[in-house]
Design a protein around this ligand. Structure first.
Ligand SMILES: *Cc1c(COP(=O)(O)O)cnc(C)c1O
Length: 386
């Protein structure tokens, strides 16, 4: 049989390859400590699990959901937006449920990209922006995220002819993998650029509520004019330790939401209603719960920074996200340092180059690792000569 090029030519999903290496070590009986994947180790809030228990035995929830999401879920999203960002969105036309943000991000490309079209994609970046573009037959124009630009794409350096051809721009703040943040001033420039070149802006805001030291990250939709040009993708995965339950939402421009509904309703049948009930409960989680959870990550962040410093890697503490993005010392590549940490320290980090060519020179460490393992892993790291 002959497979489509989209199956054959896509490089293996970054974590697949790393998982293979870990499995080989573990098969040898070696304990490997994994700072690789961003997948919260902590529990979903109890009240959210209770909501599932009740919803699970309610027979109407055993039936097909609506692709756009239950009205109650969409209203909960709109209320959360109002409470959290002070902005009003219409629950009927400007909100859609997603089977996790990843699903929505992948499908969103099908709403805009025809063969040969261009998507503006951050590099380094979450791989689904580019893969979704390729699956739709499009091409990526990489927007380098550089330290000297605060890890924000330099819009002025995008060639005019590329901007004219581009259909969408992907952004992600707080950022994975760099941990960077964006402010409303930057988002204003994005809106201006998008209007000038008629580009749809897709802002992946999965880490909005994983923040430190009292920092609050704005929504792209707070920017004047943002609702004319963009949507924002949210995930309950990272905010409420719900990666396994698969629920998120897209919020923003009504035409873009309608297009996403057309694609999705032909490919999936929405989020199981019992999971949407969990989502409603989750969106009502108290700020105290979030603050306490973030305090756990902050403690881990500071431990990781200290351990990195002890082996000569200096990193500014990120204000948000689950990641430490560390510049590697001279004499290494991302891959060779990752290899050394695994071979000699039995710890897994992600090579920055896995997120794109501009990720070369960095490694990423995730904070989603139980405290005892984290301590152990950091001890193993501190014992290495780098
Ligand atoms: C984890 C992650 C997602 C995926 O979120 P889900 O809702 O679990 O699909 C999307 N974007 C980024 C940047 C992520 O890190």
């Amino acid at each position: 049989m002959k497979f489509a090029s989209r199956v054959e030519k896509i490089p293996p999903y970054l974590f697949v390859e790393i998982s293979r290496k870990i499995a080989a070590k573990r098969a040898e009986g070696i304990e490997v400590i994994d700072f690789g994947i961003g997948d919260p180790d902590l529990a979903t809030p109890e009240s959210v699990i209770d909501a599932l228990k009740i919803a699970a035995v309610n027979v109407p929830n055993h039936r097909y959901p609506e692709t756009e999401g239950m009205p109650d879920f969409r209203r909960a999203v709109a209320n959360w937006y109002h409470r959290r960002f002070g902005i009003t969105v219409d629950a009927d036309s400007e909100v859609i449920s997603l089977i996790g943000a990843k699903e929505g991000i992948g499908h969103a490309a099908l709403c805009f990209i025809e063969p040969g079209d261009i998507a503006l994609v951050p590099d380094p970046g979450y791989p689904v922006y580019s893969v979704g573009t390729w699956f739709a037959g499009g091409e990526c124009h990489w927007m380098p995220l550089l330290e000297e630009n605060g890890w924000l794409p330099d819009l002025d350096s995008i060639p005019i002819e590329v901007a004219r051809r581009a259909k969408v721009m992907w952004l992600n703040y707080p950022n994975n993998p760099t941990g960077a943040i964006a402010d409303l001033g930057y988002f204003e420039k994005v809106v201006e650029f998008a209007k000038k070149f008629e580009i749809a802006v897709m802002h992946d805001a999965c880490y909005t509520d994983v923040v430190y030291d009292g920092y609050r990250h704005p929504s792209f939709l707070e920017t004047p004019g943002a609702l004319d040009v963009g949507v924002e993708f949210h995930s309950l995965s990272k905010t409420y330790n719900m990666t396994g339950w698969r629920i998120g939402m897209a919020v923003g421009n009504a035409d873009m939401i309608r297009a996403l509904l057309i694609v999705k309703s032909n490919l999936d049948s929405g989020v199981p209603q019992a999971i949407q009930k969990m989502g409603i409960e989750a969106l009502n989680t108290t700020d105290d719960w979030i603050d306490e959870r973030n305090a756990i990550y902050k403690r881990r962040r500071d431990k990781v920074l200290k351990a990195l410093k002890s082996i000569g890697l200096h990193v500014d503490p990120p204000k948000a996200s689950l990641y430490i993005w560390a510049r590697i010392p001279e004499g290494y590549t991302s891959a060779s340092l990752t290899e050394k940490l695994l071979e000699e320290g039995n710890i897994v980090v992600t090579p920055g180059s896995g997120y794109g060519q501009y990720g070369e020179g960095y490694i990423r460490l995730s904070l989603t690792i139980a405290d005892d393992l984290l301590e152990k892993g950091l001890e193993q790291m501190a014992g290495l000569r780098i």
